[in-house]
Design a protein. Sequence first.
Length: 725
Amino acid sequence: MKGLTLKPLVSAIALTLALSGCNTANISTQENTAPNVVAQNIINNNADNPFFKPYDTYYNIPDFDKIQTAHFQPAFEAGIAQHQAEINAITDNPKPATFENTIEALEFSGDLTIKVANVFFNLTGADTNEELQAVSKVVTPMLAASEDDIYLNDKLFQRVKTVYLQKNSLNLSTEQAKLLEDTYQAFARGGANLDEKDKDTLRGLNEQISKLSLSFGDNLLAETNAFELVIDDQARLSGLPKDVIDTAAQTAIKRGHPGKWVFTTQRPSITPFLTYADDRELRAQIYNGYIKRANNDNANDNKKIIAKIAALRAQRAQLMGYPTHAHLVLQERTAKTPENVYGLLDKVWPAALAQAEAEVAEMQKLIDKNGEKFQLQAWDWWYYSDKIRVAKYSFNEQQTRPYFSLENTLKGVFYTANRLYGITVKERNDLPKYHEEVRTWEVFNEKGESIAIFMGDYYVRDSKRGGAWMNAYRQQYNMNGVNSKPIISNVLNYPRPAGDDPALLTFDEASTLFHEFGHALHGILSQVQYRSQAGTSVPRDYVEFPSQVMENWMTEPEVLAQFATHYQTGEVIPQSLVNKIQAASKFNQGFATVEYMAATKLDLDWHTITDFKPKDAAKFEADSLNNMGLIDEISPRYHSTYFSHIFAGGYSAGYYSYLWSDILGADAYEAFKENGIFDQATSKAFKSTVLSQGGSQDPMALYKQFRGKEAGIEPLLRSRGLLKE
């Protein structure tokens, strides 16, 4: 999953909103004191704050060794004040508004805020603690209020509008024209056209949504960390692989249960348990612990929070002149309307559901054949689908682990990037990092020139939110005389090495490494003028496209032969096992597609409500799932109370983006298959039209430049085995 898509203009503030859920409160700098004076006073009183001077580090990497929690709030306060002073300088400029003194001046503003936010919000995702969470609750309203102060500043908007109305006569470059369009639309969507009464209402709505989103995330983290399945009878571990058992024993020691085994609702723990544990009662227990997170009618319950968020978002959308929140969000996405998204889902859903029902019948047949007297339930799916996979293909994912050590898979990722784009990497152990487990590489282009720093943070821990993502500690840009090289990070949640063995990945986990590095390449290979257009600063339903494409090389025999070697013997993965992987790749795709699409439909249903009265969240979800025809044996990938993508992240009304991007990815990879998976003309075209361009042009225009046509749905259906040929 890609981390964030930044708005033009105040990138750091948009970064905040993408993580916290939206804008918020009305907090301003000290009354009757010039903002630049406020900023300077804060800086003078915090001389040891590392944010107030250039980092004394290679590549200007954040000086993590010196940055303390206490440094963030004053740095944010100074950054907000500095930013306001820069805005005042634009609005008070007696000269007529021009692209340079208004649009570019806005783009160049807010450096200190961006500098601080890039560190702070990456840390709150990857290595948080109670102190950082407390700071987040203070600074998020401050940042969002600052954004409101900008987007609702009528003097500023009038200057932006003046330039916008002249756009056809300004002789702007493509990047400049896109920046102007995005800036104007950001103001319009930020409420600039509202009257003062409605602007005040908007501020209040933003404040409430932001606070609720923060509470949602805190509740979910607390619930996830609180659950543990403690096993003290070794016989109940039957079916589990040794490395999974060893990791559970280590987790038990860490959680104060020495001599026992502990499993959690973190993906690296629950997924192998559901797949291999023979004990059906325990599978049901951990599964229900997972799907009931923040839905236990306790202090961490999220039902009322999500209902309130959805209602407030609907109210805000209508205040802005849109029928629903989904209409507001999708206007700036490539999908444009919720009707278009529902239309796409309706095309895929019947084939996926039919395949899922066939998979249910096959598993139930196996259950009956074994003489077991029960109907398949959701917590049985992973277990019995794995049995079917083994029976059909003599294959299960545990067979792949010895060939996909983390170290070797990283080599495979870097090998692929080198063959495609000519980049090489050199690991650096002498650079600052925010956690001892972080690894750092310097990235070089085909000419041997240093172009980026890449950080990898791979192991699960309680201080890290779940999932996998890419973020930037600094984005690439070349503006205002500054050539900024990117600092990009991938964050994942793999189990730590067990015993003396290296960290071993399943094939799917290894594929995720390729996926996230696809996002990283989008940031590393960016070549744009403006920071707000760099790398992954593209519409949410386009951002997953490059990473979906990158996954495809993982399955290619030519690539596997380069890195998939047995961690003990050095044997290259046998072709027979590769054949099994490929044969099984379309297996269980009914389930995978349906559980994802159920969450997608649930997201859209929450965000196409038109009234402002909070719903009964449990009933709303049940009705939504029933109306879409979801079968009982499958749960949506995310139930509402832990659907952080949409209630505490940047994917509200946008979870469909993975499917939308996967359509582009499947279609684009056909170009590589047609011409050769490492064909230099094809990879050069992909780099020049997609990876290097970021959000500097219309994304679908860039796609058509690369592919020469619009993407069709057939390659996706074919890749998932859902197309009957």
